[in-house]
Ligand binder design. Structure first.
Ligand SMILES: C[S@@+](CC[C@H](N)C(=O)[O-])C[C@H]1O[C@@H](n2cnc3c(N)ncnc32)[C@H](O)[C@@H]1O
Length: 197
């Protein structure tokens, strides 16, 4: 059992963030400069919108957010929301239409947990792989990618597969991650570009 109303939950409430997850992105960006002022960012699995708020804190950043669920009460001219499943072509087409290319793709998306650690891990790896192959088609050369994965035996193979397309890779567990969670964040920097770039 975890205490839902822990220190980060309370801090988020106090500081007006829509999720405690906001502090994970703040830490990732502080340590690894994922996105900077003026960047175009894609946030996959963005609801309820904590990460979007963090991106919008950077001057002139624009952000496209995608989620199965609605993002409520978050309007900003620099934020475009697309409701849909990133594994479906219809959603992918909308993301492609929303921006010519992204400097950074961030993903906190995770499948619904089932109670089986193994199944959750396998589903999470499948989702990250799919998001990565999509990110490759929209990321600008030199761009960055950060994702969440549920720990398990296929994690290293996944990291190895993605790493080939980037100059730098680092795995970390931000401080705001719940102690009993088996999630891990992976940062990839310096996209080498796809064939057309
Ligand atoms: C942990 S939450 C994200 C929290 C967010 N980073 C924030 O700060 O508010 C994970 C989100 O991923 C979304 N998600 C999971 N699978 C998805 C998919 N296939 N397509 C789009 N969104 C998905 C879920 O609906 C959920 O809202």
């Amino acid at each position: 059992m975890y205490n839902r109303k822990d220190a980060f939950y309370k801090k988020a409430k106090l500081e007006g963030f829509k999720s405690r997850a906001a502090y994970k992105l703040i830490e990732l960006n502080k340590k690894h400069a994922l996105f900077r002022s003026g960047d175009a960012v894609l946030d996959v699995g963005c609801a309820p919108g904590g990460w979007i708020q963090v991106v919008l804190q950077q001057k002139k950043c624009t952000v496209v957010g995608v989620d199965l669920l609605e993002v409520l009460n978050l309007t900003d001219t620099r934020f475009t929301f697309i409701q849909g499943d990133i594994t479906e072509q219809e959603t992918v087409d909308k993301v492609l239409d929303a921006c010519d290319g992204y400097d950074c793709v961030i993903s906190d998306a995770a499948p619904n947990t089932s109670g089986s650690k193994l199944l959750d891990h396998v589903n999470s790896v499948d989702l990250v792989r799919l998001i990565f192959y999509f990110a490759k088609t929209v990321l600008k050369k030199g761009g960055n990618f950060a994702c969440k994965v549920f720990e398990g035996e296929d994690r290293d193979a996944l990291v190895k597969e993605i790493k080939k397309d980037f100059d730098f890779c680092k795995m970390l567990r931000p401080e705001a991650t719940r102690k009993n969670s088996f999630e891990m964040y992976i940062v990839f920097k310096g996209f080498k570009g796809n064939n057309e770039q």
